[in-house]
Design a protein around this ligand. Structure first.
Ligand SMILES: Nc1ncnc2c1ncn2[C@@H]1O[C@H](COP(=O)(O)OP(=O)(O)OP(=O)(O)O)[C@@H](O)[C@H]1O
Ligand SMILES: [Mg+2]
Length: 298
């Protein structure tokens, strides 16, 4: 994606993204009380968040361009909502942010995505590290079907070499932060798929945050849930922003209004406008945004 960089620069950039993340995690862990932690917000208040910036980001499926020259900055420790009619490119754009888009045969991205000052498309960057640092929650809860509740959350941690008491503590922390601990603490060995849809989605959120990413991408995380489960996810998003930078795709304008500080409106692969959520919903700059939010199309 970017021009061939100096190999010395490469090494510095790659180690930067992993070392700085690990240092932050260690600092946060030291700051974290050892007693059970009631919520993500209380776990590490004021954790410094991280900014994602898209510059002239385009995404293709073969010859078809589904995202066109998007410039957009996601502020640290804020929730940004992505709205727009079906097929406008929201999921495609979000998948470019953690390099999942390129996994689709024939798909590619152009332009630049930076996490703070690190270009995550740099040729030297380890894609696995990108996906660990920028976690994703999907529309349909997708717990690992053969794994217990505990193992679903522990899976990513085990891959990172976490074992024993440390592993149990971090699983409990993630389940508490995801607002699920009290509902599952007596049946951690039960299959993940034995939970309700809303519980499974919180399990998937716990799984994502267990490895302590910097950014959490959520693609319509509550669209398959009933209103009560939806509100739980929204409460959770509120708490999680104390620790993470959050991007949430939603078709639900009330949800965007409830959870997001800023909202970005997309149409036909383009970013039409991005601004404070109350302004986008009350006094947008672009007439197409107004037409969409007032239900004239979409
Ligand atoms: N795997 C794929 N292969 C080819 N084209 C795709 C693929 N996924 C999406 N597209 C196309 O890319 C465009 C954007 O799709 P995308 O899924 O990003 O939209 P969206 O805004 O998330 O829509 P929705 O609100 O329905 O989820 C659409 O025209 C879609 O048909
Ligand atoms: Mg989508």
């Amino acid at each position: 994606m970017s021009a061939d960089p100096d190999p010395k620069e490469d090494a510095r950039t790659v180690s930067d993204i992993s070392t700085r993340s690990e240092q932050r995690r260690a600092r946060d862990r030291d700051a974290r009380p050892t007693a059970p932690v009631p919520s993500a917000a209380q776990a590490a208040p004021g954790r410094a968040g991280h900014t994602i910036a898209l510059e002239k980001l385009s995404a293709y499926y073969g010859e078809t361009r589904a995202v066109r020259d998007v410039d957009l900055t996601y502020a640290a420790n804020q929730v940004t909502a992505m709205i727009g009619p079906s097929g406008c490119g929201k999921s495609t754009l979000v998948r470019c942010i953690n390099r999942m888009h390129e996994e689709i045969p024939g798909a590619r991205a152009e332009g630049k995505v930076t996490l703070d000052d690190v270009d995550i498309y740099d040729s030297s960057i380890d894609v696995t590290m990108v996906r660990r640092v920028i976690g994703m929650v999907f529309q349909k809860p997708n717990p690992f079907p053969t794994m217990s509740i505990f193992d679903n959350v522990a899976a990513g941690l085990r891959l990172s070499g976490v074992r024993g008491v440390d592993l149990r503590e971090r699983v409990e922390w993630a389940l508490r932060a995801a607002g699920l601990w009290d509902e599952v603490k007596d049946r951690l060995g039960a299959p993940g798929i034995s939970l309700s849809g809303g519980q499974q989605q919180r399990l998937c959120i716990a799984r994502t945050i267990a490895v302590e990413p910097e950014v959490v991408l959520m693609d319509e995380p509550a669209s398959a849930l009933d209103p009560i489960a939806t509100l739980k996810i929204e409460d959770l998003v509120h708490e999680l922003k104390e620790r993470f930078t959050i991007v949430i795709v939603t078709h639900n304008m009330q949800q965007a209004a409830r959870v997001a500080a800023t909202t970005a409106f997309m149409l036909n692969g383009e970013l039409i406008e991005h601004g404070p959520t109350d302004k986008i919903f009350s006094n947008p700059n672009d007439s197409r945004t107004e037409d969409y939010i007032t239900g004239k199309f979409g």
